[in-house]
Design a protein around this ligand. Sequence first.
Ligand SMILES: NC(=O)c1ccc[n+]([C@@H]2O[C@H](COP(=O)([O-])OP(=O)(O)OC[C@H]3O[C@@H](n4cnc5c(N)ncnc54)[C@H](OP(=O)(O)O)[C@@H]3O)[C@@H](O)[C@H]2O)c1
Length: 280
Amino acid sequence: MEDYTLSNGLKIPKIGFGTWQIPEGDEAYNSVAYALEVGYRHVDTAQIYGNEVSVGRAIADSGLSREDIFLTTKVWNDKHSYDLAKESIDESLKKLGTDYLDLLLIHWPNPKALRENDAWKAGNAGAWKAMEEAYKEGKVKAIGVSNFMIHHLEALFETAEIKPHVNQVLLAPGCPQEELTAFCKEHDILLEAYSPLGTGSIFSNETAKEVAEANNKSVAQVALRWSLQKGFLPLPKSVTPKNIKANLDIFDFTLSDEDMAKLDSLQGVKAQEDPDKVGW
Ligand SMILES: NC(=O)c1ccc[n+]([C@@H]2O[C@H](COP(=O)([O-])OP(=O)(O)OC[C@H]3O[C@@H](n4cnc5c(N)ncnc54)[C@H](OP(=O)(O)O)[C@@H]3O)[C@@H](O)[C@H]2O)c1
């Protein structure tokens, strides 16, 4: 597994295993266990996914040492203050059964409950302070954000001592978010690509199928390869063993500039939701 290096020097495996919508219990346990067995070394979960306990158990039972696995979780929208985020970090550590996280993210920048009078700005500043403290204490090896657009990042920079190491946003063929990704690259913030297969919406796209056929690869593989060639870190989710395995097989080919341009402009694949308008 190849790595990227974050701005603080931490290595992060170039592809991560997504776990959104994988139910707590056997399904989460078995999927993560299989992903680790076939070579993933990076797992992405979140408090709100409700599966931290099974994800943690699968990691503990994998036979791998904890240091060989990169584990991410996220602070949910009801924990946007210094005190609540502090509690939330300890709760995630407990559920995951580990004494440190590799990466902790603020899941969304602008919770519905904090929209009036821009209360979200203080919410993020408070949560971020708790995350910076956890980082200094060694409970977390890197800190970052998710679904942050440029104005959310600029607001965070006003009070942050440490700049986010990562921004995890929707990046998929048809949704390259060029302005945001250029801004993040300028600030040395690694982009993680969530929903890199458009939560499955890419599979019916004819252009994606043509690019896949021309490269003798699957639609999923060319979408994930597109992500890597953009410098993003894709987080594909699957509960299907053959898909879990096949999604790692993306390091032995290169998409041409023409194929990349075709994938940049795919129509009808899932797009980033406006974080200032989401219903949560
Ligand atoms: N930060 C955020 O707000 C946020 C939001 C969304 C997602 N995420 C993260 O990003 C991860 C991935 O995003 P996502 O869950 O939206 O979905 P995704 O990875 O874009 O797509 C998953 C879908 O594609 C199917 N699939 C996967 N590999 C396939 C293959 N090789 N061939 C055919 N079908 C395949 C899966 O079905 P099977 O399971 O049946 O294979 C599933 O239906 C999440 O799990 C989560 O970790 C973060």
